[in-house]
Ligand binder design. Structure first.
Ligand code: PLP
Length: 450
């Protein structure tokens, strides 16, 4: 296939006109970008024909690989019918079918689907629904969400407010609403056993709930794995402990499955690990197999019912976006879910993730690897300056970035979170591909840190 512009011309357009997300543009503009032209299976092919493993699933979302014929066909079939019509007071075929499917696949407490376009919006919507829910019960007193230290729920002002990563918070602090923050259990950085770590964190939550429960709207948590904080895995029983307390103190439980959903941690949704039934659940990323931007906020009956009433009562949820419930996105999601079922993907993830976990755990022998942690296909390798004291590398040493840069030279795209190198390959990766990707990662870590 011939291209209209040369590689240099595209690089020039990119440097001059595109502002890249989460990217220091001064550095970016000084380097040669990887310009992706197409995808084949779990590889990205650049404009020069060089192939790279997509080791972070194009930012934690790709499931079945790229250019999957079944998903391509579903999108083009839908395109021949219609690309988009509004969902404001009007229905469409794929969004109705997908909503039924989502309700059948998510925890049994959830019965309604509100669509949006990104994980951040799905969270924003969950927060607004939870807030309005209490007001429509005549309870105007509740104004706080309980959130977790180091949480990440997206980049809109509301979702940043319930986040806990100082780097993303600091500059916007005047814009954010206050929350009641409780510690998220981080066993590697806790002086004690994982069970003691969970106990300590639940005690803190108990204290906040006992003192403030009548002012609390709900609690928001990334279930099982806290992603952007550095792939931190909760100790067993902690999520259930949270759910029990939400029930005891009658506050809403919001689970953010934007990153953990769609088989990332093993089961289809991370809540399933501990049979947790939230009042509100947010999903995005892998929902369309990583093809198109679609997100959903699911709610329980009692939440939805609080919004029903005569028009004049003004209980409507006055929220929506231009592309809410877009047909192409919903068609892609239905095709992706179909593939989950046809390919028994959840069973195969269970098997492959055992090999993946065992191979990654071997990294613990590397001199500068402090911790290897994860679940399913969601892993982080924490690099430390001193293993005995767990002393982190300084920000200016850019150790995570350097390892990712070396991986790129060796043929795999990764992104780090500070000193934690994230490894989240597409669920469709074969054992052989996993082996090759892990080989690249190991070589990069050894070469850069030793
Ligand atoms: N919530 C969690 C747990 C996430 O990990 C992310 C993104 O990484 C988001 C929300 C935001 O999703 P999006 O980038 O689609 O807005």
């Amino acid at each position: 296939m011939t291209r209209e512009y040369s590689t240099e011309e595209i690089a020039d357009k990119d440097r001059r006109f595109v502002w890249h997300p989460f990217t220091q543009m001064q550095e970016y503009m000084a380097a040669d970008p990887v310009i992706v032209e197409r995808g084949e299976g779990i590889q990205l092919i650049d404009v020069n024909g060089r192939a790279y493993y997509d080791g972070v699933s194009s930012l934690w979302l790709n499931v079945h690989g790229h250019c999957v014929p079944e998903i391509n066909a579903a999108i083009t079939t839908q395109l021949d019918r219609i690309a988009h019509s509004t969902l404001l007071g009007c229905a469409n075929v794929p969004s109705a079918c997908l909503a039924e499917k989502l309700v059948s696949l998510t925890p049994a407490s959830l019965t309604r689907v509100f669509y949006s376009d990104s994980g951040s919006e799905a969270v924003e919507i969950g927060l607004k629904i939870a807030y309005q829910y209490w007001r429509q019960q005549g309870d105007d007193h509740r104004r706080y969400f309980v959130n977790m230290t180091d949480a990440y729920h997206g980049d809109t002002v509301g979702s940043v407010s319930v986040g806990g990563i100082d780097l993303f918070h600091r500059v916007y602090s005047d814009l954010l609403f206050p929350t009641l923050s409780v510690p998220y259990p981080h066993p590697y950085r806790f002086d004690g056993t994982p069970a003691e770590c969970a106990r300590h964190c639940l005690d803190e939550l108990d204290r906040v709930l006992a003192e403030r429960h009548s002012e609390i709207i709900g609690l928001i948590v990334e279930p099982i794995v806290q992603g952007a904080a550095g792939m931190i895995v909760m100790p067993d029983g902690y999520l259930k402990g949270i759910e029990n307390r939400c029930r005891e103190f009658e506050i809403l439980l919001l689970t953010d499955e934007v990153a953990t959903g769609w088989g990332r941690t093993g089961p289809l949704f991370a809540c399933e690990h501990e049979a947790v039934k939230p009042d509100i659940l947010m999903t995005a990323k892998g929902l369309t197999g990583g093809y198109l931007p679609l997100a959903a906020t699911l709610t329980a009956d009692h939440v939805f019912d609080a919004f029903l009433g005569d028009y004049s009562e003004q209980k409507t949820f006055f929220h929506g976006h231009s592309y809410t419930g877009n047909q192409l996105c919903c068609a892609a999601a239905l095709a992706s879910i179909d593939l989950f079922e046809k390919r028994n993907l959840i069973d195969s993830v269970r098997l492959k993730s055992e090999t993946l976990a065992a191979r990654l755990q071997e990294f613990a022998n590397c001199a500068q690897v402090g911790d290897v942690r994860g679940k399913g296909f969601m892993w982080g390798v924490e690099l430390v300056r001193d293993k005995a004291t767990k002393l982190p590398y300084g920000w200016e040493e850019r150790m995570g970035i350097r390892v990712c840069n070396r991986c790129r030279e060796l043929g795999m795209i990764l992104r780090s979170l500070g000193n934690v190198v994230v490894f989240m390959p597409p669920l469709a990766s074969s054992e052989k591909e996993i082996e090759e990707m892990i080989g690249i990662l190991h070589r990069a870590i050894v070469e850069v840190t030793e």
